[in-house]
Design a protein around this ligand. Sequence first.
Ligand SMILES: Cc1cc2nc3c(=O)[nH]c(=O)nc-3n(C[C@H](O)[C@H](O)[C@H](O)COP(=O)(O)OP(=O)(O)OC[C@H]3O[C@@H](n4cnc5c(N)ncnc54)[C@H](O)[C@@H]3O)c2cc1C
Length: 578
Amino acid sequence: MMADGASISRNVIPETLDTRVASKKMDARKKRVAIVGAGPSGLAACKHALAKGFRPVVFESAAGVGGVWRRTLASTRLQTPASAYRFSDFPWPAPADAASAEGLFPRHDQVLEYLDAYARRFGVLERVRFGCKVLGASYVGATEREVAAWERWSGNGEAFGDGTGEWHLTVRHGDGGGESESTQGNLLSSTCAHGLAQESCSSEFGASDENQAVPKLPTFPHGRGPDAFRGRVLHSMEYSSMAHEDAAELVRGKRVAVVGAGKSAMDTVAQCAEANGCRYPCTMVYRSAHWMVDPKVARHVKFFTFTSCRWTELMVQKPGEGFLLSLLATMLSPLRWVASKVTEAYYKRSIPMREHGMVPDCGFEQASLGWRLGILPEGFYDRVDEGGVELRRCGSVGFCADGLVLDAGGEGERVVGADVVILCTGFDIDRPLRDVFASPWFSEMVASGDDGGGAVLPLYRHCVHPRIPQMAVVGYAESGSSIYPYEMMANWVAHLLDGAVRLPGVRDMERGVAEWARWGRWAQRSCGGFFLKSCVASVTTWYHDQLCRDMGYSPRRKDGLLAEWLQPYGPTDYAGIQ
Ligand SMILES: Cc1cc2nc3c(=O)[nH]c(=O)nc-3n(C[C@H](O)[C@H](O)[C@H](O)COP(=O)(O)OP(=O)(O)OC[C@H]3O[C@@H](n4cnc5c(N)ncnc54)[C@H](O)[C@@H]3O)c2cc1C
């Protein structure tokens, strides 16, 4: 009997579970979920929503998946090792993951192939409507006053609310015809185009349909804006969206000046130098240099591995940590300082940045906290030595008829002759998010919050705004390697849709947001302003621990205590979370 009973219960329990899962999935199929964007974060959002039984619709304005990787310079490669820039359960094809410098940092077309293969493998591709641009989103069914009074997110704390409200999207289809789509339930936005090591300035140029990011431009001295220039001015976004042959043709045989010193600037300069050699040197004009590391040198210093261990995370302040952990971080901070000084000295010795006036103003410690780091294009300083690249540091920059006027401080002004000027001055990363809302109230709230629009976007778990119902953001918070943190966010949101993640009340969510805001202000201060907004790079594992706990999984993902503390955390550690 006992044996029979045991065998019955073995058979019955899974059946009951299966039935429950099946009915939950049936339920999910009836709910409508819209995802904006089919870049890496949109793909992850769709994959995990599908795994929970939802049938999301992904609106993508471009003609294919991949986001920023569809429109890069010919020379763009990954900056983070392939082993870290991957989804948890989808490895790179073997050669890309190999230990060579080539394999470590795959080319842009390999990244695109990888993302495309992921979309095919998990049935995401069939869910994407290409050539469909979301122009706006309105929440209907409840007034702003009613929403503001809710004490639970979406009214009842549930992802889909109580059925009162829903999002209406206005979508423009590829044929140019406007159309209104109603999506009952949730809206997932995954539209942020961040770059690494960008510079910040102020905006003027528009975004095309293929390219949703909004460029930032420097403030030019009065009368010295782009209008004063006879030649062609374009932003790096426009330049990198061009077909590779057209981009090469645009600069060939021309005097090119590139403004900026981040990753896009370095890549653009290298590309121009490649096209023109020493005959028409490309001039790079910049205010401050960044920590840009040679790929061969980066291969030897396992910086990424070092920063993703639990024991190294003990050395930094973490949001919402207790007194003891905070005290420990303060006590260990000299160790962090020594480690960064050693790295700094090694980089300065191995890379000729001193000789070329390219030593950054901020220390390596600050740069790594704010993740203002990047990988140099291959042989960059060789090109400077050969005369194909000229480097010009200045306080401010403006235009004149023949090129750029640099204010070199005490040395007065200097003119750099140019036919083409490419502005690699970064993007306004909040704009695409703000602009999606028809309601100015939502629009204002999503990007500002308690910290006055400062270091961290006011999103609970970096995904949902406590007062914006039935909407989640995936992929805004950046990390050292962005894909697997995006996937963690996507997974958390899928658990929220599914009801497995239970949200606290609005006030408690706001307290959680405030903890991160306080931490963000500390990080911003500690970096001397070199902080990439909502960058969680230095506390990625801490952040993932919060998501794991919410989803009901243990944050301790390693086998054994030693491994837990000494081995670096990475994408595969989270593969089992479904
Ligand atoms: C040149 C470059 C190199 C980079 N290198 C690295 C790296 O080495 N490591 C790293 O971790 N990160 C890197 N990044 C950061 C990179 O942005 C992310 O890795 C990742 O591509 C971001 O994914 P995402 O899906 O959030 O956004 P995106 O890739 O920008 O994708 C957003 C998608 O949404 C679509 N979209 C936007 N708005 C709408 C709308 N209204 N309607 C319909 N569709 C819309 C866009 O067309 C796009 O396809 C790099 C970025 C750049 C620009």
